[in-house]
Design a protein around this ligand. Structure first.
Ligand code: SER
Length: 323
């Protein structure tokens, strides 16, 4: 492999934190530049270069590009569904202008050879087929986050078609991991529930029973992200964004999975504004194209994820108790 330098924008978020760790294992600490508006105290960021970057500041992005000459950029900075609803204008601005700055820099400097930018199940809407949601079908997102993701998909595809920028993207389901806190998503109850299981043994869910949503465990999300970025360009036949699936479940199903490990665990329901967001999203995604084009295959199902989440979170809480 030629010597690559990688820039991760929005590196302190739920996905970025883990991606920086994985990328540093592959490319070496010095070759992976982490950047975010504010550095988090996660030790992973002590292991290699970190730059302060507000992605709305295109000049600052330009300085970082000149300093490190990254050949690959993972642009992850965004406001997620629930947070963006609280400030829709800023959600649109950050999500869209951030993408413009990265794509324009790729076009105008020639430094960046490949761009990764995530889309989401939020790009679908109430008229999308809810079960086995196809790659191509109705897309009528109702949240500002989803609207920005759908527009961004088309925008990235436009840069590929018009200027040959090697853009790659996945429509992530809800992401679940234990290494970092999630940030303002509608699917994030499925992360909090594990923390609650190990502390109060009770979770009050902001979605009601029966709300089936597509989800993906972080090791699978990392694998998909690295696989699509490492696949030969000719295998990437979709330049808007690929459907991606791991598992689908409703709150009572994840609760039942936890109860197998912690029998005293209980769940209750207090749906709020996030219920309407969840109701506008698909339940089960058809990701056949990702499998056909670049060999996607997830490893974790719900029970395997539950066992792994609890195993990895437990020491964290035992250590806190011992303090
Ligand atoms: N996890 C995201 C959210 O809930 C969906 O992509 O906002």
């Amino acid at each position: 492999m030629t010597k690559e330098t990688v820039l991760v924008i929005g590196s302190c978020g739920q996905l970025g934190t883990e991606l920086v760790e994985s990328l540093r294992e592959i490319y070496g600490d010095a070759q992976v530049v982490a950047s975010d508006i504010k550095k988090s105290d996660n030790p992973v960021f002590e292991g290699g270069p970190f730059e302060d970057l507000d992605i709305l500041d295109a000049d600052r992005l330009g300085e970082i590009l000149q300093k490190y000459k990254p050949t690959q950029v993972y642009h992850l900075a965004a406001l997620l569904s629930a947070t963006a609803e609280k400030n829709p204008e800023f959600g649109w601005k950050l999500n869209m202008e951030g993408l413009f700055h990265v794509l324009n820099a790729a076009r105008d400097t020639g430094i960046i050879k490949r761009v990764y930018w995530p889309s989401s199940i939020a790009a679908f809407g109430p008229n999308t087929e809810r079960f086995n949601t196809p790659q191509y079908g109705a897309m009528d997102p109702t949240t500002i986050y989803g609207i920005s993701k759908l527009a961004g998909e088309l925008y990235a595809q436009y840069y590929f078609n018009r200027w040959g920028i090697d853009t790659r993207s996945l429509r992530y389901p809800g992401l679940i991991g234990y290494k970092s806190a999630p940030g303002g998503g509608t699917t994030d109850y499925a992360v909090s529930i594990y923390h609650d299981a190990l502390t109060t043994e009770h979770h009050t869910c902001f979605l009601k029973p029966g709300t089936t949503l597509p989800m993906l465990y972080m090791p699978d999300a990392l694998k998909a992200t690295l696989d699509i970025m490492h696949a030969p360009a000719e295998q990437i036949k979709i330049r808007s964004s690929y459907n991606l699936a791991g598992m689908s479940f409703a709150p009572e199903e994840i609760a039942a999975s936890i109860t197998k490990e912690i029998p005293s665990f209980t769940i209750s329901y207090e749906p709020d504004y996030r219920q309407a967001i969840a109701d506008s999203w698909p339940a089960v995604i058809d990701d056949t194209r990702a499998t056909e084009d670049w060999g996607w295959k997830p490893q974790f199902d719900l029970d395997a994820m539950t066992k792994d989440m609890l195993k990895n979170l437990k020491p964290q809480y035992s250590a806190e108790k011992a303090k």
